[in-house]
Design a protein around this ligand. Sequence first.
Ligand code: CTP
Ligand code: MG
Length: 209
Amino acid sequence: MIVIGGLYTVPRRVGTVAVYTDPRTGPNMNVLDIVVLAFWLMLPAYVPNNAAVLTGGGPPIDGGRTWNGKRLLGDGKTWRGTAGGILAGVGLGLVLNAIVTDVSGAIGVSLPEFPIAALLALAAGAMLGDILASFLKRRTGRERGAAFPGIDQLDFVAVSLAVTVVVATDWFVEWFTVPVIVAVLILTPVLHLGTNAAAFKLGLKDEPW
Ligand code: CTP
Ligand code: MG
């Protein structure tokens, strides 16, 4: 990667010469374009956690089971919340697929359509990451709702990207370039803290994280 005059380009080696172009968007892609692309790509992974807060309740996934005297996952991880989260993420992705051409044209950034496998991977991976984080929280003695800085903000990103790279490899490699992943890692904690603080203020969530 190289930055020339505030514009960012991706190098590709042609023979012995490194050519700085981005195969999707022409010669240059600025930082804002990358942030917009990162946000678009992650929307199906961002929505499930928030949707789970709205749809959650009912029987917990762990059925109340404990391990070494601590709950396996806790009452904060329910079947309904998980299903609602995944459906919301996939549903949003289908809406994005329907409007992608219009949005790309309107903002001048070429954005991808989501293959259905990628949608399922992003949404289900996000929920799985959140569930694994709860498992770690219980193992480290944190009660339901306790903060786990770092893990809380990035658990779902790490697992949704990991599942997507396995399930939709070619699509992932085409769109999740290194700069996009860097943007995701910076953008996500900021958005996560912001939306959770808002959900807390609105009385939807018990804690602001
Ligand atoms: N939720 C759910 N199922 C999920 C994830 C979330 O039902 N798979 C709902 C629960 O009502 C949960 C709320 O969304 O209380 C907030 O989610 P989160 O902050 O992830 O859970 P916590 O209650 O904080 O529990 P934990 O400490 O295990 O993260
Ligand atoms: Mg919580």
